[in-house]
Design a binder for this molecule. Structure first.
Ligand code: ATP
Length: 215
């Protein structure tokens, strides 16, 4: 099974790392892949270059064998869409299960993604409840489930179900919720506040050495 967690990672922080690490053990996998986009289609004009984001990811992943980098989108050298990566990944894994991981904040916007109607043929979806969503009302969660079902994903009763399905299933899970976001980190750097313990030390030094997120 291939499990890929896409994002901007601008910068990668302990919330991403803890989530990927915990997911690997939750799914009894050797590795979970982080796949940074070259440029976020929906977040243009903010943050660090693709090269800086990749360098920070490489530093952050140095000491954790359970998380690996999938740099295919960065290597394309231009903004690209998740559907392109899913098609490539599907070719690589054959009929093995493929899972795209995302937080509830991202899952809510899925309906607007390019060629979303093709996703359920290519991948499963694992939705991680974000800290601010963990205690949200059942109605909100049911709405998200209904939107995934409208996109032809069917609910997986257990995590074993997802592991058996090549594509077309979704599951929503709770992992340790760390209240940290890249936008909070960028804002803190800009304001001259400490980001110690929100990112790894190597990433913090990289941000400082390269004067990232100052403007
Ligand atoms: P920003 O604050 O700039 O929106 P972000 O912190 O949400 O960034 P992204 O790179 O946009 O990070 O997110 C990549 C993926 O990581 C998304 O699926 C998002 O839901 C998830 N994610 C982000 N922060 C956390 C966290 N603290 N815990 C678990 N998942 C997270």
């Amino acid at each position: 099974m291939r499990v890929v967690f896409g994002g901007t990672f601008d910068p990668v922080h302990i919330g991403h790392l803890r989530m990927a690490n915990e997911l690997a053990s939750y799914l009894s996998l050797d590795k979970v892949y982080l796949m940074p986009c070259f440029r976020a289609v929906h977040k243009q004009g903010v943050g660090a270059s693709s090269e800086h984001r990749l360098n920070m990811l490489a530093l952050a992943l140095e000491s954790d064998n359970s998380i690996a980098l999938d740099d295919r989108e960065s290597q394309r050298g231009q903004a690209s869409y998740t559907i392109d990566s899913l098609q490539e990944l599907r070719q690589e894994v054959g009929c093995e299960p493929l899972c795209l991981v995302m937080g509830t904040d991202v899952a809510k916007g899925l309906a607007s993604w390019l060629r979303i109607d093709e996703f359920s043929k290519l991948t499963n979806i694992i939705v991680i409840r974000r800290p601010d969503e963990q205690y949200s009302g059942l109605d909100k969660e049911r709405m998200l489930e209904q939107s995934l079902e409208a996109l032809s994903f069917s609910p997986a009763a257990t995590v074993e179900d997802i592991k058996m399905a090549s594509a077309g299933k979704y599951i929503m899970i709770n992992l340790t919720a760390l209240e940290v976001s890249s936008s909070h980190i960028r804002k803190s750097v800009k304001q001259g506040l400490s980001i110690r313990y929100l990112v790894t030390d190597a990433v913090r030094e990289y941000i400082c050495d390269n004067a990232l997120y100052q403007n």
